[in-house]
Ligand binder design. Structure first.
Ligand SMILES: NC(=O)c1ccc[n+]([C@@H]2O[C@H](COP(=O)([O-])OP(=O)(O)OC[C@H]3O[C@@H](n4cnc5c(N)ncnc54)[C@H](OP(=O)(O)O)[C@@H]3O)[C@@H](O)[C@H]2O)c1
Length: 282
């Protein structure tokens, strides 16, 4: 077992399946103490035991949290702050595509809540912990699906005509814009933040939907998707590799920095998104 994660603590959201689970398994082997986050406690306990057994690493805990609930995200952050004394890596990974419009109990559109607000809020609430940890990293799982998108500030949550796939793509653009804005805001601190495209990956992604949305994605996966093991590589790289120590504010794909779309680089829009997000969560 490689042990360069030894003594380091990492929080991984969406660690019960897909890319997050692959990353958790590998990072457990590297010796990290892991705080795994998922919404299903039974599945979480099972995955945690499986990973502990495979890796021989017993320093793994599971935290139940529905990340589309900001009240739950706040509880999770309190738990993390109480149970760990430092945080070396926060891997914001949990995300989903919702083909139909749905509002959370808190009144947010569900894609926007889970894919964007949870990344922002969890990071914000754990920032003090990340700051006091010597050299910490934030990694945000985004997607190349952002490429055709731009932020529509007049209807950020799609209340005036929701379309599932465009809403997903916009949420992934938000992950990238959040990364770039955060990078400017933490400049001079001993923290890095990067985001990534994992590839088109054969995971459980999209299976929460029914009908053509679900079928279409699964057909596409059969034809062109890479394995979860491959899909986890860039997350693992950004979370743990010495090669990216000190590298910040970049979008990665296949473990290499890559340009994201033009809209993602508009600083005024990054700041506007930040301010609106902040106002939602105040
Ligand atoms: N798959 C792709 O081709 C692809 C491409 C680009 C980007 N991505 C991004 O990669 C990330 C991971 O996706 P994946 O492909 O690994 O999908 P996945 O197999 O569906 O895994 C998603 C993970 O997030 C968890 N999750 C979902 N909703 C949650 C909630 N409300 N609260 C807490 N946890 C929740 C899931 O929990 P359960 O185990 O309970 O379902 C699971 O652990 C996402 O951000 C996605 O946008 C995926």
């Amino acid at each position: 077992m490689e042990s360069h994660g030894s003594g380091k603590i990492m929080c991984i959201t969406g660690a019960t399946d897909g890319i997050g689970k692959v990353a958790a398994s590998e990072l457990a082997k590297q010796g990290y103490t892991l705080a795994l986050v998922g919404r299903n406690s039974e599945k979480g306990q099972r995955v945690m035991s499986e990973i502990a057994q495979d890796s021989g690493n017993e320093n793994i805990r599971f935290h139940t949290c529905d990340l589309s609930s900001m009240a739950d995200v706040r509880k999770l952050a309190e738990e993390i702050k109480t149970e760990y004394d430092q945080l070396n890596v926060l891997l914001n990974n949990a995300g989903a595509y919702f083909s139909e419009f749905d509002k959370t109990d808190e009144g947010f559109e569900r894609t926007f809540a889970l894919n964007h607000l949870a990344y922002y809020l969890l990071t914000y609430l754990l920032m003090e912990m990340l700051e006091r940890t010597k050299s910490s990293r934030i990694v945000n799982v985004a997607s190349d699906a952002h490429r055709g998108s731009k932020m529509s500030f007049d209807d950020l949550q799609g209340f005036d005509g929701y379309k599932g796939w465009p809403a997903y793509c916009k949420s992934k653009l938000a992950n990238i814009m959040f990364t770039y804005e955060l990078d400017r805001r933490i400049s001079g601190k001993n923290i890095t933040v990067n985001c990534l495209h994992p590839g088109f990956v054969d995971t459980n992604f999209g299976n929460n939907n029914s009908g053509s949305a679900r079928i279409g994605l699964n057909v596409a996966k059969k034809v062109g998707a890479i394995s979860p093991a491959k899909g986890g590589l860039t997350s693992i790289y950004l979370a743990s590799s010495e090669e990216v120590k000190g590298v910040s504010g970049k979008y990665f794909s296949k473990c290499k920095p890559k340009k994201s779309n033009a809209a993602s680089y508009v600083e005024a829009d990054q700041e506007k998104l930040w301010q609106i997000t902040e106002s939602f969560l105040a």
